[in-house]
Design a protein around this ligand. Structure first.
Ligand SMILES: Nc1ncnc2c1ncn2[C@@H]1O[C@H](COP(=O)(O)OP(=O)(O)OP(=O)(O)O)[C@@H](O)[C@H]1O
Ligand SMILES: [Mg+2]
Length: 329
């Protein structure tokens, strides 16, 4: 299958990545009666300093993918390579190194920061775990706090003394302090006021160019994260349906689902390839439709869409999994 964002050398790459959750019945015998195919065969590559964004609606498998990359969960099939080495095969010491090099920022800055720890402790946690000296630790924490735009006195305060946007800055300081190669950002601005979102995204972009960090960004809203994304992968029920340079995908969507996502985020455009009056609920990842996963919601669907699942194929600089991709003017 086509690899997305393929420029070498990769920081991280996923190969045939799947995560299926068993559905069981019965309290005692727990018979497996099916599975939720949350992640159902992803291939991607993220290069140094690159922002790779996965976009898709609720339940399509974004957080499951993030958890696999963070090694918080194991794939059912497939593998993730970091610097060309399988993270599944890594021993305890290599895994510690991996956890240092790959950091995360989550959606909710309220629950992701321990309220009993001062900012300086929160930010220095990963360095302490790695055995950094007291001098090094102090210097790096001061630098991280400054880099995210917080005043030096923030170091001795507790998270509850900050606003949502400032707390997200603390979470970002925590992530950058270990000089990671990759940060997984799972909906980093969704919980924030609209007025604060641009500030945090600008900060993330500045930090990326300052430190050369790669991002795996996750968002349900392509419009919001467009300007800090290099490559976008549009995800639908566990698979990528369109991938390519963010600007191209946003301005010339080829998959009807991508088009509907963009239209839904804009006030004066209506989706044309999707029934706007009855867009329907996405089918469940526990009972996927036969053929194209998107066909029950797609106005372009024909007979083949109901029988054959389209693979991700190259098309004019992007990759699209659709039997009837949208034409461009
Ligand atoms: N531990 C689990 N056990 C069973 N099913 C799960 C588990 N974790 C996730 N799922 C299911 O996998 C699918 C994908 O979930 P996931 O959280 O990855 O979606 P998401 O794209 O992050 O959604 P959201 O935008 O709402 O955060 C959903 O159908 C979800 O119910
Ligand atoms: Mg999620």
């Amino acid at each position: 299958m086509a690899k997305v964002g393929e420029t070498s050398p990769a920081v991280i790459s996923a190969h045939g990545l799947k995560r299926h959750f068993p559905i069981t019945k019965g309290l005692v015998l727990r018979r497996q009666v099916g599975s939720v195919r949350a992640v159902d065969g992803l291939d991607f590559t993220i290069a140094p300093s690159q922002s790779f964004t996965i976009v898709g609606e609720s339940g399509c498998g974004k957080t499951t993918t993030a958890r696999l990359v963070l090694k918080l969960d194991r794939p059912s099939e497939g593998d993730i390579l970091f610097d060309g080495r399988s993270i599944a095969a890594a021993g305890p010491s290599e895994t510690r190194g991996y956890r240092h090099a790959v950091q995360a920022v989550f959606q909710d800055p309220y629950s992701s920061l321990n309220p009993r720890m001062k900012v300086t402790q929160l930010v220095s946690e990963s360095l302490r775990a790695a055995g950094a000296s007291a001098t090094d630790l102090k210097q790096r924490v001061t630098e991280a706090i400054e880099a995210v735009g917080l005043p030096p006195e923030a170091a001795s305060r507790y998270p509850h003394m900050f606003s949502g946007g400032q707390r997200q800055r603390i979470a970002i300081a925590r992530a950058i302090v270990s000089r990671p190669r990759l940060i997984v950002l799972d909906e980093p601005v969704s919980a924030l006021d609209v007025s604060i979102r641009a500030q945090i995204l600008n900060l993330l972009r500045d930090l990326q160019s300052r430190y050369g960090i790669a991002y795996l960004m996750i968002s349900h809203d392509l419009a919001t994260v467009r300007f800090i994304s290099d490559v976008v992968a549009v995800m639908y029920l566990g698979v990528f349906v369109e991938t390519g340079p963010a600007e191209t995908v946003f301005t010339r969507p080829r998959h009807p689902y991508t088009q509907s996502l963009i239209a839904a985020a804009s006030i004066d455009q209506r989706p044309i390839a999707v029934d706007a009056d009855d867009p329907g609920e996405p089918p469940s990842a526990a009972a996927l439709p036969i053929g194209c996963r998107f066909h029950p919601r797609c106005l372009r669907a024909s007979t083949i869409c109901k029988t054959d699942e389209p693979p991700l194929r190259p098309l004019d600089g992007v990759h699209v999994a659709c039997h009837h991709p949208l034409e461009v003017a």
